[in-house]
Design a binder for this molecule. Structure first.
Ligand SMILES: [Zn+2]
Ligand SMILES: [Zn+2]
Length: 133
Protein backbone atom coordinates (compact mmCIF):
# COMPACT_ATOMS: atom_id res chain seq x y z
CA UNK A 1 0.00 0.00 0.00
CA UNK A 2 1.25 3.46 -0.90
CA UNK A 3 1.04 5.80 2.10
CA UNK A 4 1.41 9.54 2.46
CA UNK A 5 2.74 11.11 5.64
CA UNK A 6 3.30 14.57 7.02
CA UNK A 7 4.17 16.29 10.24
CA UNK A 8 1.60 18.46 11.98
CA UNK A 9 2.93 21.78 10.65
CA UNK A 10 3.33 20.40 7.13
CA UNK A 11 7.04 21.16 6.73
CA UNK A 12 7.88 17.47 6.35
CA UNK A 13 6.03 15.31 3.83
CA UNK A 14 6.87 11.83 2.60
CA UNK A 15 5.60 8.75 0.81
CA UNK A 16 6.36 5.07 1.19
CA UNK A 17 5.18 1.55 0.45
CA UNK A 18 3.99 -0.54 3.39
CA UNK A 19 2.49 -3.95 4.04
CA UNK A 20 -0.68 -3.34 6.13
CA UNK A 21 -0.19 -6.76 7.77
CA UNK A 22 2.88 -5.39 9.56
CA UNK A 23 1.30 -2.65 11.67
CA UNK A 24 2.14 -3.03 15.35
CA UNK A 25 1.36 -1.26 18.60
CA UNK A 26 4.37 -0.91 20.88
CA UNK A 27 3.88 -0.56 24.64
CA UNK A 28 7.56 -0.07 25.52
CA UNK A 29 8.38 2.80 27.85
CA UNK A 30 10.48 4.52 25.17
CA UNK A 31 7.48 4.61 22.84
CA UNK A 32 5.31 5.86 25.67
CA UNK A 33 7.69 8.76 26.35
CA UNK A 34 8.70 9.56 22.79
CA UNK A 35 5.11 9.60 21.58
CA UNK A 36 3.63 11.16 24.72
CA UNK A 37 0.96 8.46 24.58
CA UNK A 38 0.25 5.13 26.28
CA UNK A 39 1.53 3.26 23.20
CA UNK A 40 2.74 3.91 19.67
CA UNK A 41 1.46 2.41 16.43
CA UNK A 42 4.09 1.99 13.72
CA UNK A 43 4.59 0.27 10.40
CA UNK A 44 7.87 -0.52 8.65
CA UNK A 45 8.53 0.84 5.17
CA UNK A 46 11.44 -0.68 3.24
CA UNK A 47 14.15 1.95 2.98
CA UNK A 48 14.10 2.12 -0.82
CA UNK A 49 10.38 2.92 -0.84
CA UNK A 50 10.63 5.84 1.58
CA UNK A 51 10.73 9.17 -0.25
CA UNK A 52 11.15 12.40 1.68
CA UNK A 53 9.23 14.95 -0.41
CA UNK A 54 9.75 18.12 1.62
CA UNK A 55 11.60 19.23 4.74
CA UNK A 56 14.46 17.67 6.64
CA UNK A 57 13.77 15.97 9.96
CA UNK A 58 15.94 16.51 13.00
CA UNK A 59 17.24 13.32 14.56
CA UNK A 60 17.64 12.03 18.09
CA UNK A 61 19.76 8.95 18.81
CA UNK A 62 18.15 6.67 21.35
CA UNK A 63 20.18 4.01 23.15
CA UNK A 64 18.14 1.00 24.23
CA UNK A 65 18.72 -1.10 27.35
CA UNK A 66 20.42 -3.63 25.06
CA UNK A 67 22.82 -0.95 23.84
CA UNK A 68 21.21 -0.84 20.41
CA UNK A 69 21.12 2.67 19.04
CA UNK A 70 18.27 3.92 16.87
CA UNK A 71 17.65 7.14 15.04
CA UNK A 72 14.40 8.91 15.85
CA UNK A 73 13.48 11.50 13.24
CA UNK A 74 11.06 14.30 14.03
CA UNK A 75 10.06 17.74 12.81
CA UNK A 76 12.20 20.38 14.51
CA UNK A 77 9.42 22.94 14.16
CA UNK A 78 6.35 21.09 15.44
CA UNK A 79 7.90 18.06 17.16
CA UNK A 80 5.89 15.45 15.27
CA UNK A 81 7.66 12.06 15.23
CA UNK A 82 8.29 10.98 11.62
CA UNK A 83 10.13 7.64 11.77
CA UNK A 84 12.76 5.61 13.56
CA UNK A 85 15.42 3.41 11.98
CA UNK A 86 18.63 1.56 12.72
CA UNK A 87 21.55 3.95 13.21
CA UNK A 88 23.63 2.47 10.42
CA UNK A 89 22.51 0.80 7.21
CA UNK A 90 18.79 0.84 7.95
CA UNK A 91 16.74 -1.64 5.90
CA UNK A 92 13.47 -0.04 6.91
CA UNK A 93 11.97 3.09 8.38
CA UNK A 94 9.42 2.58 11.10
CA UNK A 95 6.71 5.07 10.17
CA UNK A 96 4.38 6.52 12.80
CA UNK A 97 0.88 5.46 11.84
CA UNK A 98 -0.78 8.58 13.25
CA UNK A 99 1.03 10.75 10.68
CA UNK A 100 -0.18 8.78 7.67
CA UNK A 101 -3.21 9.89 5.66
CA UNK A 102 -4.18 6.19 5.37
CA UNK A 103 -4.07 5.53 9.14
CA UNK A 104 -7.74 4.53 9.36
CA UNK A 105 -6.94 1.56 7.11
CA UNK A 106 -3.93 0.49 9.17
CA UNK A 107 -5.13 -1.18 12.37
CA UNK A 108 -2.43 -2.90 14.44
CA UNK A 109 -2.06 -6.66 13.89
CA UNK A 110 0.30 -7.22 16.81
CA UNK A 111 1.12 -5.66 20.19
CA UNK A 112 4.68 -5.76 21.47
CA UNK A 113 6.35 -4.95 24.81
CA UNK A 114 3.10 -5.79 26.60
CA UNK A 115 5.03 -6.21 29.86
CA UNK A 116 5.10 -2.42 30.18
CA UNK A 117 1.60 -1.81 28.80
CA UNK A 118 -0.62 0.45 30.89
CA UNK A 119 -3.62 -1.60 31.96
CA UNK A 120 -6.02 1.29 31.46
CA UNK A 121 -4.85 1.80 27.88
CA UNK A 122 -5.76 -1.75 26.88
CA UNK A 123 -9.50 -1.20 27.01
CA UNK A 124 -11.18 2.20 26.64
CA UNK A 125 -14.55 0.73 25.65
CA UNK A 126 -16.25 1.78 28.89
CA UNK A 127 -14.70 5.24 29.10
CA UNK A 128 -17.17 8.09 28.48
CA UNK A 129 -17.26 9.08 24.81
CA UNK A 130 -17.79 12.64 23.55
CA UNK A 131 -17.92 13.37 19.81
CA UNK A 132 -15.81 16.49 20.10
CA UNK A 133 -13.94 18.22 22.90
ZN1 LIG B 1 6.34 20.00 11.44
ZN1 LIG C 1 8.41 0.80 21.55
Amino acid sequence: MNVHGRCHCGLITYEAEVDPARVSACHCTDCQMLSGSPYRVSIPAPRDTFVLLTGQPKTYIKTAESGTRRVHAFCADCGTPVYSSALSGPVAYSLRAGCLAERAELPPRKQIWCQSALDWAMDLKDVARVERQ
